[in-house]
Design a protein around this ligand. Structure first.
Ligand code: OTU
Length: 657
């Protein structure tokens, strides 16, 4: 790290910004700054210290942080204090998340507020609403192309509706999580517009190249996220007189974090949103923030330095707020997103390997991918948590599993194995799964031999038949339907059971609680037709919702099953995010996941019944056959010795008292 040669006046600049505050609050900010100063200054001077005017820039940044800290509403300050007193609040086993698009869930933000009773019935305490800020005009990647960080999408309401929603959620004990799309802005964001019109300072917010020479060099080692619909990582923009870095769609312009002005703007944008009552920020595409020639420009050390600096700023100005890393990267790259005790980074990170391995285990009818992922999943620093999930709005990316899939057999084997899994879920392989690869076509990846990802709602991927006869003759359909339905719903619950017991903050994806199926209607919408991720972005199914307490319906089975798991989970301390986790020996098709000595979850990933010999409680190393007394956490039934797991069934067992 480069150290500054000149002395800095950061604390005065922070405090000068808040002259009207009572002495006690000023002292509190001075204390918080004192705690964060080391990391904040070191990280930012490491990134920007060589640039002329760094000292003034840093003082200006602190003044801005001070102004936003001073402007934090009293009720949010009170919440900050509560969170600081219980920094493990989000690790509790009663913590449950829910993720939805605002328009698809409630129509508008006030419509979302109208869904609070549903969220409460489920026990949701954390609501991730997918992007709801004003997006680009026209196509906008589901809102992931942001045109203003300060305005709600007018189609969803206004800023007053957001303020009202956060207040209502807070009153209901639900934290609002918002995407913070910090890697890129829309090509019609004022910064991009200004740059197009020749503003040199704003041009510096982006990565712009006059000709192909640098882009061609970078491309040699870059991957591609949307290789079919948005090939390449650079887009030619006439008005810019060259090529703009666009990792995702051409209308999403990557921000240039080598420019300190970008960092300062984005830090302020985040704090302004935090002051509106957003409690968790999903830091979108965190892996891509820093570019380095000769690499894939992901997970660079500077990206971590940026996130650590951002964390320090949040800790000064909005210390109750959580940061969540959305880094869809291999397991070995993930722990860094939590930082360490000296320099914490994000509080939460998506465990996409666990999610993908669950689907992989279903396809392979054996759990070795899951065992490999769990073996590589390290313990975490205090007051941090994995995020577990079954489905989300994106595709299931298989390539994060390359290392685990190649543990035996090497990289070629891994490729073939993941391609076979992707094929299983392609919707064209004659399996039960009804899904699609991105674009609905063959494997898409910059690596033509690799599997890129699969799309579909959980229930469809798990094989839930359509309510009508579809291709089958009606009689045949009726004969087959019940068995297929039952098996599919077991598979949906199996994966949810894993997400709920894995030791993480689980986030349900809207519609999965009701076993909602794929939404094919996107194919008819020109702005969505090319992106098959819309398959899993249906409108909330009111009809299924009305059936949720009726166990004769698929929605009722899914909902009832999920609620039983959730009720048990809330009771079981062993299922808290930070509680210990281990994997016991079992048949290949079975995952035997122990949480401490007194809880054991058994999952059968195959269509064949399996047996498992229960260990003596507290002595997992005990030789098989020693009977222990266990109790089924869902039914209360006593269990010991050899238990049988029906196809795709699971058992949650707690040591009998
Ligand atoms: C994120 O995702 C979002 O979740 C996507 O919905 C957006 O399209 C994208 O960013 C751009 O904002 O690379 O590490 O493979 O997993 O696009 C983050 C598809 C990402 C997603 C990928 C992604």
């Amino acid at each position: 790290m480069t150290e500054m040669s000149q002395p800095l006046p950061p604390l005065p600049s922070l405090l000068a910004a808040m002259p009207a505050l009572p002495a006690a609050r000023r002292a509190e900010f001075a204390r918080r700054y004192g705690e964060q100063e080391g990391v904040l200054h070191q990280r930012l001077s490491g990134l920007y210290g060589q640039q002329p005017g760094f000292a003034q820039w840093y003082a200006g940044l602190l003044a801005q942080v001070g102004r936003l800290a001073a402007a934090r509403p009293a009720e949010l300050q009170a919440q900050d204090a509560q969170r600081l007193a219980r920094p493990d609040w989000f690790q509790h086993q009663s913590m449950l998340g829910y993720c939805a698009y605002a328009d698809r869930f409630g129509g508008t933000l006030s419509g979302v507020a109208g869904r609070i009773p549903h969220l409460r019935e489920l026990g949701v305490r954390y609501l991730h609403l997918l992007p709801f800020l004003r997006p680009r005009a026209g196509e906008n990647d589901g809102g992931f192309a942001v045109a203003s960080f300060d305005d709600v999408d007018p189609r969803l309401g206004g800023n007053a509706d957001l303020d009202a929603l956060t207040a209502q959620l807070r009153a209901a004990g639900i934290s609002l999580c918002s995407d913070f799309i910090l890697n890129h802005v829309a090509d019609d964001h004022p910064w991009a517009k200004g740059a197009r019109h020749g503003d040199a300072a704003l041009r510096g917010y982006f990565h712009v190249f006059p000709d192909r020479s640098a882009p061609d060099r970078y491309e040699q080692t870059l991957g591609q996220v949307f290789p079919q619909v948005a090939p390449g990582n650079f887009s030619h923009v006439e008005e810019m007189g060259g090529w703009v870095w666009t990792t995702f769609y051409p209308y999403q312009w990557d921000l240039n974090y080598a420019n300190p002005a970008v960092f300062a703007e984005m830090a302020a944008a985040l704090l302004r949103l935090a002051n509106r009552g957003i409690e968790v920020f999903r830091l979108d595409s965190t892996a891509f923030l820093w570019k380095r020639e000769g690499t894939n420009c992901m997970n660079q050390p500077e990206a971590h330095a940026l996130l650590q600096a951002l964390r320090a700023i949040v800790a000064i100005a909005a210390p109750g707020v959580l940061l969540k890393a959305e880094a869809i990267v291999p397991m070995r790259e993930l722990p860094a997103y939590f930082g360490d005790a000296a320099a914490p980074e994000c509080h939460i990170a998506y465990h996409s390997s666990l999610m993908a391995a669950g689907w992989g285990a279903l396809a392979e009818q054996e759990a070795s991918l899951l065992r490999a992922v769990l073996a590589r999943t390290p313990g975490l620093p205090p007051h941090t948590s994995w995020l577990s999930y079954v489905r989300c709005h994106d595709d299931i990316g298989w390539n994060v599993l390359r290392a685990e899939a190649g543990e035996e057999g090497g990289p070629e084997h891994a490729r073939a194995r993941l391609a076979a899994i992707a094929n299983f879920y392609s919707g064209t392989a004659g399996t039960y799964a009804d899904g699609a690869l991105p674009g609905g076509a063959a494997f898409q990846s910059s690596d033509p031999t690799a599997a890129h990802g699969s799309n579909g709602m959980a229930a469809s991927l798990a094989g839930l038949p359509a309510p009508g006869p579809g291709q089958l003759p009606a009689q045949e359909y009726v004969r087959q339907k019940d068995a297929r339905q039952e098996a599919a719903l077991r598979r949906v619950l199996l994966l949810h059971g894993l997400a709920l017991s894995a030791g993480a903050l689980p986030v349900l994806y809207m519609g999965d609680e009701l076993a909602q199926r794929n939404d094919d209607s996107y194919r008819a919408r020109p702005e969505h037709a090319m992106d098959s991720r819309w398959l899993q972005r249906p409108v909330f199914d009111e009809h299924a919702f009305a059936q949720r307490h009726d166990p004769s319906t698929p929605a009722g089975v899914a909902y009832g099953g999920l609620r039983a798991l959730l009720a048990a989970r809330t009771r079981l301390d062993a299922l808290a995010a930070g509680a210990p986790r281990s994997v016991l020996a079992s048949a290949p098709a079975v995952l035997a996941l122990a949480r401490g000595p007194r809880f054991l979850a058994l999952f059968n990933f195959s269509g064949t019944a399996q047996q498992h010999t229960l260990p003596q409680p507290g002595v997992h190393a005990a030789p098989p056959g020693i009977p222990g007394e266990w109790r089924d956490s869902l039914t209360g039934q006593a269990r010991s010795g050899v238990v049988e797991l029906a196809p795709w069934a699971m058992l949650w067992l707690e040591a009998a008292p």
